[in-house]
Design a protein around this ligand. Structure first.
Ligand SMILES: Cc1cc2nc3c(=O)[nH]c(=O)nc-3n(C[C@H](O)[C@H](O)[C@H](O)COP(=O)(O)O)c2cc1C
Length: 311
């Protein structure tokens, strides 16, 4: 019997070449070092940092998380040490990992903060990509940039002029048409889009008649949001040509495959890290097994290959 070659799991996201499509989602894996004794970080396709802002942020009032049916609600509020401390104290560990490093950034007050953040990251050659978080539901704003196609286009265009690094735009599910926003990001020069961020949600303690979160409302994540996320990846895939990094409730290889078949080139594992820190590595093994079982040599051959003619 002819034995198949080892399956090829490598994918490209703009200028990034990932040895496998599995990364960890922003905000659910700290700055990597927190997981170093539990996970062989070098095996990941890429690492995405917690979102960094210009100044340090203390985040929202506790409680910041609560469990929900098949998921969780969080209102961390972008707690982070600020860009300078990140570069001085967190980056040295991350740059030794030898995997593509994606730094997530956000503005607190004005879009111009993105310019300063990008200029600072331009001085860090080991940062392979910048993820523009324009979709965080946990900061006090009437409207997210990711809820407005013109705003998305303007912000990504300005960022594109400042860097030749791979530029990823993180999108919100709290929109009417994800395809429209994804197209705006593509037309503005984004190399890829990442979706979805958390869905706005609220939990109430009926005995106290108070919100369960200190910030009252938060973002829903985990398996509860997976069907929403898969549909949004599929819709975006039908609208844009740039790669999609899919996420939302990925727990195992089968759920990762749903995203790949719907059109995601890579996937991010978020809430699953809190239940099983090794989930992402197990997903990589599960993808290899699926490929071997189905005699798939190259993972790219199933990306976006949803067969909608079958029942
Ligand atoms: C506790 C927590 C913190 C998060 N922090 C961030 C963040 O800082 N930046 C960001 O872009 N997304 C953040 N997210 C959203 C995740 O990156 C991801 O988009 C979302 O949770 C959906 O994936 P999941 O269902 O696998 O968790 C956070 C999610 C959780 C649960």
């Amino acid at each position: 019997m002819v034995s198949l070659k080892k399956p090829n799991l490598s994918v490209n996201i703009g200028s990034l070449n990932l040895k496998n499509p599995v990364m960890v989602a922003s905000g659910t894996f700290g700055y990597g070092s927190e997981f170093k004794d539990l996970v062989d970080l070098k095996k990941l396709g890429a690492m995405v940092t917690k979102t960094i802002t210009l100044k340090p942020r203390q985040g929202n009032l506790p409680p910041r998380t609560c469990e929900t049916p098949c998921g969780m609600l969080n209102s961390i509020g972008l707690e982070n040490p600020g860009i300078d401390k990140f570069i001085n104290e967190k980056l040295p560990f991350l740059q030794k990992l030898g995997i593509p490093l994606i730094v997530s950034i956000a503005a607190e007050e004005t879009p111009e903060e993105f310019d300063i953040l990008i200029n600072k990251l331009e001085g860090c050659p080991t940062v392979a990509a910048i993820e523009l978080n324009i979709s965080c539901p946990n900061v006090q704003k009437d409207k997210l940039i990711a809820q407005d196609p013109q705003g998305t286009f303007a912000l990504v265009s300005a960022a594109r002029k400042l860097t030749r690094k791979c530029l990823i735009t993180k999108l919100s599910p709290n929109v009417t048409s994800i395809g429209e926003i994804a197209l705006a990001a593509q037309n503005a020069g984004s190399d890829a889009v990442a979706l979805i961020n958390t869905l706005g949600g609220m939990c109430i303690d009926v005995h106290k008649r108070t919100p369960k979160l200190g910030a009252w409302v938060g973002g829903l994540s985990g398996p509860a949001i997976r069907p929403v996320a898969v549909k949004m990846v599929w819709e975006a895939h039908n609208k844009i040509k740039i790669p999609i990094i899919g996420m939302g409730g990925i727990m195992d290889a089968e759920s990762a495959l749903e995203f790949l078949i719907a059109g995601a080139t890579a996937v991010s594992v978020g809430t699953a890290n809190f239940i099983n820190p090794r989930a992402s590595l197990e997903i990589i093994c599960g993808l290899e097994k699926y490929m071997a079982d189905n005699r798939i040599q190259n993972l790219n051959s199933i990306i976006g290959k949803l067969d909608i003619c079958k029942d």
